[in-house]
Design a protein around this ligand. Structure first.
Ligand code: G3H
Ligand code: 13P
Ligand code: ZN
Length: 331
């Protein structure tokens, strides 16, 4: 049993309280490798933004959970080395789907876990979430639950349509499970194709304009559980410059579209205190690497293409914390 406290990590309790009161959101950036982790820490150390390092079950399979945990421990020391005296870094399991997986992460030093029971029936979701909360809370590990299903691929389950969170269920769910935060579904979805062209309109230049998030549902939820920490998954904005760079350098991303940044900024001012971003980082890295490969056919040292990719990622994360989430300067 390794406690997250020994690793210098923090849970989400204080982070979320300050974020809800302060009208900003904590970034939850997914990572799978060293360059992504370095970029996240460099950006957050430089801007003094609290941060949640997110590990999906796919990331655990890809990189190994022991390695990722030591990387998070290393991240705390690295942040200090970069001049961040008291780093506020949380290591969080993203979309845990079983009690066993959540328990294993708690036991291995994660400071926060998500149990995503959203594909189960309401009662089964409550039962599973409660079981994880009861275990995790013994060790001070915070727990995120989810109500409502995001369209797209979530936990390898493909849902064609959103099942928006039902505001009338949230009080009961929060009370009976004891969760510390709640992920909701108000129109975001995972990946780089968040809406089909048929769901969008077009602006004067013919660019796709996505339908707005369901702020009415968010506000209704806030009324039911005032001040309770809300989480938004699927919140990449899919910057079109990256999509264009990818597509002009051999890639084929069709109709890629994300959540406009102004809407995320608006959400961050509410009880939404954690915003999940993975796809934008993937696009930044892929665009940079693709361009490098086309421009430098004679180069083969991974540092020469992963270095610029890491730089671009850092730029992206700094932009998010400064201009979208508003978390810069809060740690
Ligand atoms: O919610 C999904 C995250 O973007 C993680 O994706 O399962 O491919 O690592 P992944
Ligand atoms: P994006 O695919 O929009 O980056 O969402 C990531 C996410 O929600 C991770 O849980
Ligand atoms: Zn997610």
């Amino acid at each position: 049993m390794v406690s997250y406290k020994e690793l210098g990590l923090v849970n989400t309790k204080e982070m979320f309280k300050a974020a809800v009161e302060g009208g900003y959101a904590i970034p939850a950036f997914n990572f799978n490798n060293m360059e992504q982790m370095q970029a996240i820490i460099q950006a957050c150390a430089e801007t003094k933004s609290p941060v949640i390092l997110q590990v999906s079950s796919g990331a655990r399979k890809y990189a190994n959970q022991t390695l990722l945990r030591y990387m998070a421990q290393g991240a705390v020391e690295y942040a200090k080395e970069l001049g961040w005296d008291k780093p506020q870094i949380c290591l969080h399991l993203d979309h845990g789907d079983t009690f066993e997986l959540c328990k294993s992460c708690v036991d291995m030093g994660f400071s926060s876990v998500m149990i995503d029971g959203s594909h189960h029936s309401y009662e089964e979701n409550i039962e599973l979430t409660k079981k994880v909360v009861e275990y995790a809370h013994q060790y001070g590990v915070t727990v995120e639950g989810e109500l409502g299903v995001l369209a797209g691929i979530e936990d390898d389950v493909v849902a064609e349509h959103h099942t928006y969170t039902r505001p009338e269920e949230v009080v009961d769910f929060v009370k009976r499970t004891g969760v510390d935060s709640l992920a909701i579904s108000i129109g975001t979805s995972h990946g780089a194709n968040k809406f089909t062209p048929a769901q969008c309109t077009r602006d004067a230049n013919g660019h796709l304009v996505p339908p707005p998030l369901r702020f009415d549902i968010l506000h209704e939820i806030e009324k039911q559980i005032p001040g309770f920490p809300i989480v938004l998954h699927g919140s990449s904005s899919v910057p079109q410059e990256y999509v264009e760079t990818i597509n002009t350098h051999g890639g084929k991303l069709k109709d890629a579209i994300g959540i406009p940044e102004e809407q995320l900024r608006e959400a961050a001012k509410s009880a939404v205190c954690k915003i999940n971003i993975d796809s934008d980082g993937r696009l930044a890295m892929t665009a940079t690497v693709r361009k490098f490969m086309v421009d430098n056919p004679d180069k083969f040292d991974p540092r020469q293409y992963l270095g610029p990719a890491r730089e671009e990622l850092k730029k992206l994360y700094m932009h998010k914390v400064n201009n979208v989430l508003g978390s810069a300067g809060k740690a």
